[in-house]
Design a protein around this ligand. Structure first.
Ligand SMILES: [Zn+2]
Length: 106
């Protein structure tokens, strides 16, 4: 069973959360008129096996948006941070692993 350590509420069952998609997708610049860049942002998603960063919202709790670093093969969760805590990445870093500031307390 998947358990997520909410930074505000503590460890909870994943049924209290709603999946929000891939957290590694980077929105193109506001003035970027490239069709391909916007198409990729809206429609193209990977299906990685291994460590991945995902958005989850604690809908049955504090309603905070979280970035969960999870292994898609084992469901092991390495880190959970609020989406506001996540560091801003450099342009062109889409799809690359991101640094997380706070590790999950076990
Ligand atoms: Zn919470």
């Amino acid at each position: 069973m998947l358990r997520i350590q909410c930074p505000h509420c503590g460890e909870r069952d994943h049924t209290e959360f709603q999946y929000g998609g891939d957290a590694t997708v980077q929105r193109p610049a506001f003035d970027d008129t490239s069709f391909d860049a916007w198409y990729a942002y809206v429609f193209e998603r990977g299906n990685p096996r291994g460590v991945h960063q995902e958005y989850w919202q604690h809908t049955a709790g504090c309603r905070e948006w979280l970035v969960v670093t999870r292994d898609t093969a084992t469901h092991r969760i390495d880190a959970v941070v609020t989406s506001r805590e996540r560091p801003v990445t450099q342009p062109g870093a889409a799809g690359s692993p991101r640094r997380v500031d706070r590790e999950v307390q076990r």
